[in-house]
Design a protein around this ligand. Structure first.
Ligand SMILES: Nc1ncnc2c1ncn2[C@@H]1O[C@H](COP(=O)(O)OP(=O)(O)OP(=O)(O)O)[C@@H](O)[C@H]1O
Ligand SMILES: O=P(O)(O)OC[C@H]1O[C@H](OP(=O)(O)O)[C@H](O)[C@@H]1O
Length: 186
């Protein structure tokens, strides 16, 4: 009897703005083609750049949410973020599916997915400030707002959290994170 294709775990990549979540996710995807990135639906302007996301208007987003299109959705930074239910089909045959989540929805996510792990990406405060300034995606006021949010702790009650310090070279953070994602080869 052929075994059904295995489902990879959902890996939440979380941490303060500018810590390197999207960069780490892209580095992991390049390191292992079995690692898939979940494309988010965001009410962010299409030309904002950065991650590969589906831009929608707020009206379209609320309509999708009302129809139950999202496995998870949340507001942040004056935007709306949604994770389509298609994440379950992306897991089939994948080593892992990475998704950039708000720290505020992790307990909900832990209940939503049957195999769920968290990469908590950290960096020293001065590093965060320098990276946001250099990236230039947000204006100075928004950068300050995002830095103020940096100290938000993870909620209690999370089953599996792995801290990844991305204060140094991105390649070092990718190597550390790969050890979490790839089953130990015996
Ligand atoms: N290890 C690193 N060393 C140097 N620069 C880095 C490193 N990781 C990320 N960066 C840079 O820092 C900036 C922020 O990275 P990135 O956008 O991946 O962070 P993020 O956590 O996804 O931010 P946000 O949550 O705001 O989307 C980018 O310009 C990126 O190129
Ligand atoms: O501070 P918290 O709630 O953890 O995250 C806030 C938001 O920042 C990140 O998105 P992005 O940085 O806008 O791509 C998260 O995915 C979340 O949507």
């Amino acid at each position: 009897m052929s075994m059904g294709a295995q489902k990879g775990p959902v890996i939440a990549v979380v941490g303060p703005s500018g810590v390197g979540k999207d960069s780490l996710m892209e580095g992991l995807r390049q390191a292992d083609p079995g690692i898939k990135l979940m494309r988010r639906v965001i009410t962010r302007a299409p030309e904002a750049g950065g991650e590969d996301y589906t831009p929608v208007t707020e009206a379209a987003f609320l309509d999708l949410a009302g129809k139950g299109a999202f496995a998870l959705h949340w507001p942040a930074h004056g935007l709306h973020y949604g994770i389509p239910k298609e994440i379950e089909s992306l897991r089939v045959g994948a080593t892992a599916v990475l998704v950039n989540l708000s720290r505020g929805v992790l307990l909900e996510a832990q209940d939503a997915f049957d195999d769920f792990r968290i990469l908590s990406v950290t960096a020293r405060p001065e590093v965060l400030a320098a990276r946001l300034a250099a990236r230039g995606r947000e204006d100075a006021a928004e950068v300050q707002r995002r830095l103020a949010r940096a100290v938000k702790p993870l909620p209690a009650g999370l089953a599996e959290v792995h801290e990844i310090d991305n204060s140094g070279d991105l390649s070092a953070a990718v190597t550390t994170a790969l050890r979490v994602l790839q089953p130990v080869r015996v």
